[in-house]
Design a protein around this ligand. Structure first.
Ligand code: BEZ
Length: 241
């Protein structure tokens, strides 16, 4: 059996699914020890992995996340990073970022959210962050959105060479929070202020009613009805004042 096959066979590699309880772990981080997800109960969190310290794409991503951290916190969401490197490497890398790196108009960027050391790959294996076809020793760029009840709500994976789109990560977070708060779904490319989708008709009667309703519904057909949802209402409900 070659290494890739043996990693694929390794039962310690798992892959949480949407709707699963987020797998638990204790970890050492650049901000002290954490117990995940219990330390974040009552909040959303984004657990994301990256391949290695002192690499350019990762550096650009870390700077961007650190720059946006306050914005995510205002949406009740904490950030937690992970890479298959040791604590001292993490500390040295984050110091270098603050002292030396300028990117996209950002400089002097201090990463204040925890960066997990995972030299043993224990956490990365639990979260399916090692994808042997891409790399056997580095984590791919995985993003797990975990809700206040510790449930995995969305998962996005990117390959090593592709930096993440942070507008999309924020949009996805706000869209899921909007779905929860207002019991609606969000269509393609939705942003606050855009129309939302009301839950599908569950009976012929409701389908009929929907099509003849004049109460703020815009039905393109019986299964596809949208309604207005005020941007300020969404943002006032979701963002901390
Ligand atoms: C990077 O972050 O630049 C990177 C890391 C691993 C492979 C390729 C790129």
């Amino acid at each position: 059996m070659n290494t890739t096959e043996s990693i694929k066979e390794d039962q310690s590699f798992s892959m949480p699914r949407i709707g699963d309880k987020a797998p638990e772990f204790a970890a050492v981080t650049t901000q002290g020890n954490i117990n995940y997800p219990s330390d974040y109960k009552g909040k959303w969190s984004i657990l994301f992995s990256h391949p290695a310290d002192f690499t350019p794409v990762c550096t650009s991503e870390f700077m961007t996340f650190a720059h946006l951290e306050e914005k995510f916190e205002k949406a009740n969401c904490s950030l937690i990073g992970l890479s298959i490197d040791g604590l001292y490497s993490h500390i040295a890398w984050l110091r270098t970022i603050k002292d030396k790196i300028e990117f996209n108009g950002m400089k002097n960027i201090e990463v204040k959210f925890p960066l997990i050391e995972d030299i043993s790959m224990e956490v990365a294996k639990k979260y399916g962050m090692i994808q042997p076809g891409e790399s056997k020793t580095q984590a791919v760029r995985a993003v797990f959105f975990v809700d206040p009840n510790e449930v995995v709500r969305a998962i996005i994976y990117y390959p090593l060479s592709l930096g993440r789109n942070f507008d999309e990560l924020y949009r996805a977070l706000i869209a899921m929070q909007t779905s929860d708060k207002f019991n609606v779904a969000t269509p393609a490319d939705w942003n606050p202020g855009d129309d939302v989708i009301v839950s599908p008709a569950g009976s012929c009667g409701v389908a009929e009613e929907r099509m003849s309703s004049t109460e703020g519904l815009d039905c393109k057909d019986w299964f596809f009805c949208t309604k207005k949802l005020d941007k300020n209402l969404v943002l006032n409900e979701i963002l901390e004042k």
